[in-house]
Ligand binder design. Structure first.
Ligand SMILES: Cc1cc2nc3c(=O)[nH]c(=O)nc-3n(C[C@H](O)[C@H](O)[C@H](O)COP(=O)(O)OP(=O)(O)OC[C@H]3O[C@@H](n4cnc5c(N)ncnc54)[C@H](O)[C@@H]3O)c2cc1C
Length: 383
């Protein structure tokens, strides 16, 4: 780890301890958007974390990227979600935007006042993104976008959307007709619909977004060539799944740390529950899974930092981390007994937040299919 990494992670950790932990449970309970925390995150430069220095960003590597998400999610998964889709948009623009697009969008996104969101999913197309129905039709210098997106996190507070569309509905396989655009709010025809009520992941909005003949300049077609959008987004999913693995790790760590502290204070049958073997076994299992999650997550991040193909490793980290987060939050709830079920303690929040990591960025089933596909290619039998 270099000194830049250490400085960024230490700064985020101090921010979390000083400003986020004291307010997270209350803001989450009231579903309050954390305006002041987001402003501080902007001042800390987090919205430019993965943007190259030439565009005003911190140009941090993926190991630092993962560590920042771990620290934020340790306090509040929702807060980390405000950063997540923004940085995935930045990642895709950095990798696939034309040089003109990088110059036009990245410096603005790095400042953090203009934030990004990802409009991929639709009511009938989540896991099966190739069946999306939103279209983009060229008319002179613009494309007209028509269709509705669903589950769009940050839709109300973000000003810049990556919209996945079909520019060709007849081509086979369908992904060859999929194109991604940067859509900026401000023109008629883009409406943010209802906020979808959620089990957890509160404090930030997840909405429907409707496009009705919305005009996007042809210059906003990411990469400048039609039919590349699906591949661009699939590559962007590496950063998405890596941040989800790191966020799940942060949440699992929070559940474990709360549980092991509680277990040493709570006395039953004349001794702290930490001295009962049944509780010790839970703590040991939690810590072991969390350590394995840490190794998978940071090993995948290091591979991405080295510029090596890492979709398999990121997928494994995401699946394992998300299931660890769900399990750790439930085990922590058991260790806290009635207090684990009470809103006086943050465990019930972890328990409601954790399943988002199972679903977002591809469900566990879909990500396992990707893992299996890669393994079958790697271990293909000849003849
Ligand atoms: C809180 C929240 C925030 C989100 N934020 C965003 C966002 O910002 N932007 C965005 O674009 N999307 C977002 N999503 C959408 C998310 O990516 C999708 O919900 C997810 O990809 C699953 O799609 P689906 O809900 O349509 O489920 P479906 O695709 O309908 O899947 C239903 C079930 O079937 C399983 N399944 C589907 N196909 C297969 C198969 N071939 N084999 C085995 N099992 C299968 C799935 O694993 C799942 O268990 C968000 C979702 C949530 C809940």
């Amino acid at each position: 780890m270099n000194s830049d990494h250490d400085l960024i992670v230490r700064t985020v950790r101090e921010f979390v301890e000083r400003e986020v932990l004291p307010v997270a449970s209350d803001m989450e309970r009231h579903d309050t958007y954390p305006e002041a925390l987001v402003a501080t995150m902007g001042r800390l430069g987090l919205f430019g974390l993965n943007i190259p220095e030439q565009y005003g960003g911190a140009d941090a590597g993926y190991t630092t990227f993962a560590a920042v998400f771990e620290e934020l999610a340790r306090a509040w998964l929702g807060l980390s979600g405000i950063l997540a889709t923004h940085l995935v948009l930045c990642d895709i623009l950095k990798s696939f935007g034309t040089s003109e697009q990088r110059q036009r969008f990245l410096p603005v996104l790095a400042q953090g006042e203009t934030r990004g969101a990802l409009c991929l999913s639709e009511a009938e197309a989540g896991s099966d993104l190739q069946s999306l129905r939103t279209t983009a039709t060229r008319e002179g210098d613009v494309y007209r976008i028509n269709g509705s997106k669903m589950w769009i996190t940050n839709a109300r507070h973000a000003q810049m959307f990556l919209v996945l569309t079909k520019t060709d509905t007849s081509v086979k396989p369908p992904h060859r007709g999929i194109s991604a655009f940067v859509a900026e709010k401000g023109q008629p025809g883009l409406t943010v619909g209802r906020d979808i009520p959620k089990l957890g992941y509160r404090g930030l909005e997840t909405c429907e977004v409707h496009f009705d003949n919305f005009a996007v300049p042809a210059a906003n077609l990411i990469g400048g060539v039609e039919g590349q959008g699906f591949a661009q987004v699939m590559t962007g999913f590496e950063a998405e799944r890596l941040n989800l693995a790191a966020r799940a790790l942060g949440l699992a760590r929070a559940a474990f740390e709360d549980a092991i502290a509680y277990a040493q204070q709570r006395v039953t049958f004349g001794k702290p529950i930490a001295e009962h073997q049944a509780i010790q076994l839970k703590l040991a299992d939690m810590a072991t899974r969390i350590e394995a999650t840490r190794l998978l997550t940071y090993s995948a991040a290091e591979k991405k930092d080295r510029g090596e193909r890492c979709d398999l490793e990121v997928a494994m980290a995401k699946v394992f981390a998300s299931e660890t987060a769900v399990e750790a939050s439930l085990e922590a709830m058991k260790i806290l007994g009635g207090n684990g079920y009470s809103k006086d303690f943050p465990i019930e929040r972890y328990y409601r937040d954790a399943p988002l990591t199972l679903i977002g960025g591809g469900t566990g089933e879909i990500v396992r299919l990707l893992i299996a596909r890669r393994l079958l290619t790697k271990y293909a039998r000849s003849g």
